[in-house]
Design a protein around this ligand. Sequence first.
Ligand SMILES: Cc1ncc(COP(=O)(O)O)c(C=O)c1O
Length: 395
Amino acid sequence: MTNWQELEKKYLFNNVERWPILPVKGKGSYIWDENGLKYLDLVGGWAVCCLGHSHPVMTKALTKQSKILVQCGPQSCNQPQLQLAKLLVKISCFNRVFFSNSGAEANEGAIKLARRYGKLKLNGAYEVITTLNSFHGRTLAMTAATGQPHYQDAYQPLPTGFKNVPFNSIDAIKNATTKDTCAIMLEPIQGEGGVNIPDEGYLKSVRQWCDEKDILLILDEVQTGIGRIGTMFGYQQYGIEPDIITLAKGLGGGIPIGAFMAKEKCSVFSPGDHGSTYGSNPLMCATAIAVMEYVIKNDIPDKVQKAGQYLIDGLNKLKSTYPFIIDVRGRGLLAAIEFNKDIALSVKMTCIENGMMVNDVKPNAVRVMPPLTISNKEIDEAIGIFNKVFSSLKI
Ligand SMILES: Cc1ncc(COP(=O)(O)O)c(C=O)c1O
C-alpha cells in the first residue's frame, strides 16, 4: 500500500501523532514496514506482545479455537474462560475473575466493584483516590481517574468520584481520605507517566492505610502485570496483596483481552451488576491460556529480571558517555531514559531512521517495553542503535 498516508489523512480521525511507517509484519522482536525495512521493536505493541510478534503458540491457539467456538455471549460460561480463570486464581492471591476486552474496561469494572463494595459495606462510600501522572485508560471515567490534566481538559465535565493526589506520598493519600472513600487505585510503577518507581515502602504504607480505614486497594497492573517488571504480578515484589487487580496487555500477548480479579471479601457483584458482550470470548480466552502457559512453563518473569538488568546496565553505560542523559530507570523490561532537554521526539525519530522503535513517553524521556522474550543479542543491538543515535544528535 503506497498511499497509506493519504488514506490515513482521509479516513482516520486525527487523534494521535502516528509513526511515519506502516508496520505490515512482525516476528519475534522485529517488525517490518511496507517497504520491507526491518525495525527492532522496543515498543512491543505498547507493552503488549510479551512473547514477541507472531509467536507460534498464539497462532496455534487462535487457529484451533476459531474452528471450535468463537463467541457465545455473557449469559453462558465457556471452557476457555473457566480454564483461564482457574489458572489466574491459582497463580495469584485472588479468588474471582471477570474478563474484559481492554485495560480501560478492566479498570472500569474494578471501580464499579469498589463502588458496589462501598454501597454495601462502607455506608455508601464511592470515592476513589488515584495519583497524579497515572494512566488508567481512555474511557470517560478512566480519564477522570488518570491524573494528567492534558488527557482531561478537553472532556470536562468528567465523571465525579475521583481524587488525583501526588504519587509516592502516603500523606497525600491520608489527607485525601474521607468517609466517602471506598478505594485507592494505583499503578505499582507508573508506566505512561514516565516509568516512575515509588520509594520502597510506599505500597506497604498504602496497604496499611487501606486496612486501617477498611477501604480497598486496587492495583492497576495493566502494564506491570504478566512478568513485565520481573515477577508475574508487580505486587509480588512489594510484599503486599491488593484487594483487586486489573490486567490486560501481556495477558493476551497481542489479542484484545483484559481482566479484573478480586479477593472474596470484595467479590460483591450480584446478577445484572456488570457484563460485557465480548468479555470472556472463547477465542481470546483460549489464546490467553496459551500465552500464560508459555509464560509460566518458561519462567518468563525470571528471564525478564535477568534481561532487564542487562538492559539497564547497557543504558547506564550510555548515561556515563552522554551528559545529556540525566537518568536511567526501570524494573524488568520497562525502562526509561531521561534527558536534560526535551529531545525525546527527536530521539524517537532518529531511532526509527536507524531501524528501531522506541516511545517518547515524555518530552524529555523515552521508554522501552520490548517483548519479554528479547535476547541479550537483541539488547546489544538496541544499545548499539541508541549509541549511534545519541552520538548523531546535534545538541
Ligand atoms: C496502567 C494502564 N492502565 C490502563 C491502560 C489502558 O489500557 P487499554 O489501552 O487496553 O484500555 C494502560 C494502557 O497503556 C495502562 O498502561
